[in-house]
Write a protein that binds this ligand. Structure first.
Ligand code: 4NP
Length: 161
């Protein structure tokens, strides 16, 4: 089983939505026995909380089930996740610092938008302080990026379905 971990700051907006979209797609493509995903935040701000209401509303609009409580990234995540997928540069830098601190070598740390063809920028914008339109934009970015990320995963794992 290949483990994918989506990481943002609070783990209530972007990364739980990314996890939900990823899980929805692997079910759609019958790949649940190959991949699994989880999400977490670099901060401790919202530990134990449900996703933001705006995240849940956006996910339900697209029939994406989300069943998640916010949690903070830990050393086991860094050791056991095959892919560490950050939403923005700050998340990625935080993960790099943690890897250094724990002396862990990891060669599959990416920004999710590295997989989005023709991405106009490399960050998934933080929607927390904005309105619902920001969540819609995040959804569109994640849906497109994750579709291509899955293609990358299938190719690198030699899965032809
Ligand atoms: P997320 O969004 O990192 O996508 O979950 C945020 C959630 C909370 C905060 C910032 C971003 N906050 O500052 O509390």
């Amino acid at each position: 089983m290949i483990k994918v971990l989506f990481v943002c700051l609070g783990n209530i907006c972007r990364s739980p939505l990314a996890e939900g979209i990823f899980n929805h797609k692997i079910r759609k493509y019958g790949l649940e026995n190959k991949f699994e995903s989880d999400s977490c935040g670099t901060s401790d701000y919202h530990i134990g909380e449900l996703p933001d209401d705006r995240t849940l509303k956006c996910a339900s609009k697209y029939q994406i089930p989300i069943n998640h409580r916010a949690r903070q990234i830990n050393r086991v995540d860094l050791r056991e996740s095959h892919y560490l997928i950050a939403m923005d540069f700050s998340n990625k830098r935080n993960i790099e610092s943690l890897l250094e601190k724990h002396r862990i070598k990891h060669d599959q740390l990416f920004l999710i938008r590295e997989f989005q063809p023709g991405a106009e920028e490399l960050e998934v914008p933080d929607p927390y302080y904005g309105g619902e339109d920001g969540f819609e934009k995040v959804y569109q970015i994640l849906d497109n990026s994750i579709e291509h990320f899955l293609e990358h995963l299938k190719q690198s794992q030699n899965i032809y379905v």
